[in-house]
Design a protein around this ligand. Structure first.
Ligand code: URA
Length: 208
């Protein structure tokens, strides 16, 4: 059982980093180098939510700066979704991994870790107040919808999260990195860009 925390609610994005570094809601802080909060514009209309920091993100302290992040950047550019105008974060703020020799092998966060970290995701949502949230993959979708979801069943639909906030679920860019065949890779990458372009298109529409 983790020790009970004081209320570590924050009042600005700048306060997130020290607060997350002090978080003891789940055991993931023990092996991670540091907590990795979301980054971007406080006024961003779009928030992209990934799973958890990877190896590079854990070392550098910034979200999506490793291989998956580079692929995300490329896809966002093609989709005309400007990263500088978005807020990019993760469902879980500490890297979960298993050491194997010199390597650190990514491990999926479990239900308890996802739930514990909702505290931080909720604060980011409150501070940024995006009208559109993009869940990158199953962990993000689960964190945001509060239940296990099958990506193929919900992908590409705009789902109402609350008044004035919708969710679009798509794949995680790491999925593309794991695909082997070039044709599959290209097809799935194109679908990913299409999903992001749909999100970008929604933003251009005047508010209803
Ligand atoms: N994968 C994620 O889900 N988030 C990151 O920040 C990096 C890789």
């Amino acid at each position: 059982m983790m020790p009970t925390q004081l209320d570590d609610r924050v009042s600005s994005l700048a306060d997130l980093k020290p607060a997350i570094d002090g978080c003891r809601r789940c055991p993931l802080f023990r092996n991670a180098t540091q907590g990795v909060p979301g980054e971007g514009e406080v006024s961003a209309e779009v928030m992209l939510v990934g799973e958890q920091p990877g190896d590079q993100e854990d070392l550098q302290g910034h979200p999506f700066v490793g291989p998956a992040g580079r692929l995300l950047d490329r896809a966002m550019k093609e989709a005309a979704l400007d990263r500088a105008r978005t807020f990019v974060t993760n469902a879980v703020k500490h890297f979960k991994f298993q050491p194997r020799g010199k390597r650190r092998i990514h491990q999926k966060p479990d239900a308890g870790e996802i739930q514990a970290c909702r505290w931080w995701l909720d604060q980011e949502l409150d501070l940024v107040d995006p009208s559109l949230v993009i869940a990158l993959g199953a962990t993000a979708a689960r964190a945001l919808m509060g239940k296990v979801v099958t990506i193929s069943k919900v992908r590409g639909q705009f789902i109402e999260l609350q008044e004035s906030r919708r969710l679009l679920v798509t794949i995680h860019p790491s999925y593309l990195l794991r695909l082997r065949g070039e044709a599959d890779k290209q097809r799935e990458y194109d679908r990913f860009v299409q999903d992001l372009a749909r999100a970008a298109g929604e933003l251009k529409r005047p508010a209803a």
